[in-house]
Design a protein around this ligand. Sequence first.
Ligand SMILES: Nc1ncnc2c1ncn2[C@@H]1O[C@H](COP(=O)(O)OP(=O)(O)OP(=O)(O)O)[C@@H](O)[C@H]1O
Ligand SMILES: [Mg+2]
Length: 403
Amino acid sequence: MIRIDSVTKRYPDGTVAVDRLSLDIPDRAITVLVGPSGCGKTTTLRMINRMVEPTEGTILLDGADLQQQPVTTLRRSMGYVIQNAGLFQHRTILDNIATVPRMLGWGRQKSRDRAAELMERVGLDASLGKRYPYQLSGGQQQRVGVARALAADPPVLLMDEPFSAVDPVVRKGLQDELLRIQGELGKTIVFVTHDIDEAIKLGTMVAVMRTGGRLAQFAPPAELLSDPVDDFVEDFLGADRGIRRLSFFPSAGLELTTGPVVRLDATAEQLAAPDAPYLLVTDADGRPLGWAEPRDLTAGDIVPRRLLSYGRPFVPGTDSLRAALDCAVLSPTGWAVAVDADGRVAGVVSQQAIGEAIRTAHGTGGTGDAGTGEAQTGDEQTGDAQTGDAQVAGSADVTKVAP
Ligand SMILES: Nc1ncnc2c1ncn2[C@@H]1O[C@H](COP(=O)(O)OP(=O)(O)OP(=O)(O)O)[C@@H](O)[C@H]1O
Ligand SMILES: [Mg+2]
């Protein structure tokens, strides 16, 4: 949809902010520009809506040269969100969000209705509409910034470090919200950050830029993690690449066993039946209570609080292999507990079995035994999970599931 073709930006003082950059930004997906300070991210973003004009090269929008399009029309088709939201301090939240519709000549009531609808969409309570920006938290202000950019329903959203000024917890919430909104509305989003974890979490495609405004690598996040092109990209990605890459493999294909699972009211025969070093005890509804060695369990007298913790269970189909591995590593028995969406035990899986699934997944790029692909399309996914749009990237043969 947006094609950046060999674009260079040289500022009047001679600074080369962007150097022969070429990028094909896919439609209806999130493309992240990431790189160290001063590498030309903001300049690139601003060239897309012509706040900055390229010195050389062309940018095409749906095949048409941006230079041929009136700036006003162009800006209306592109929402822009910046750090600290950049809200108008003297206008209420509702009026901030209604800015562009009002500019477009929508009536006052229609604009306000639209603003109210958007507040709900970005997770803001309607009661905040009458406040002024200084009466909101930083995270709430960022949500207003996103709502304002969405107000005229532009197909493209340009976002320049929109979440970098808020604390990690609020930031995670905003990221999840953006993924959800993108899944629902299918916007084409170009997102600038210098945080590689944010890039990996949000990006369908990630462009790593280096100082001097040059592109180091343009790839889906899983590919960046598995195959960084050079030392710069590898250093920039940081530690634990292998573990982090597991977030892209679904856990749905793990083979679960219910052999060692017993209920709190199990009989002596039932307790004796499994040939396992540990048994997982559940309540009458099948919810996990904890682990114990068989010899420590007496039929009719199992005391839940004496059981070993079962740790945090994972949900196959929603969670990734990384989540499953984490469960196994944190489990006192080395076995991970899988539960269904209602929290009932679906089975257990050993660290060793997860290890084998990981080897298979790495060998097949995530489409083998460990990944049935089910986790790739589920509309039911929320939170960290990315929707099927991730496949827009074409070369991405794996996609995100909840880390
Ligand atoms: N108007 C300008 N005149 C001259 N040089 C500029 C101008 N704007 C930006 N630059 C320079 O161009 C380079 C790229 O700037 P840009 O703002 O695009 O970087 P960035 O990647 O967004 O950095 P940051 O992460 O710090 O926001 C920097 O060296 C910057 O100093
Ligand atoms: Mg910048």
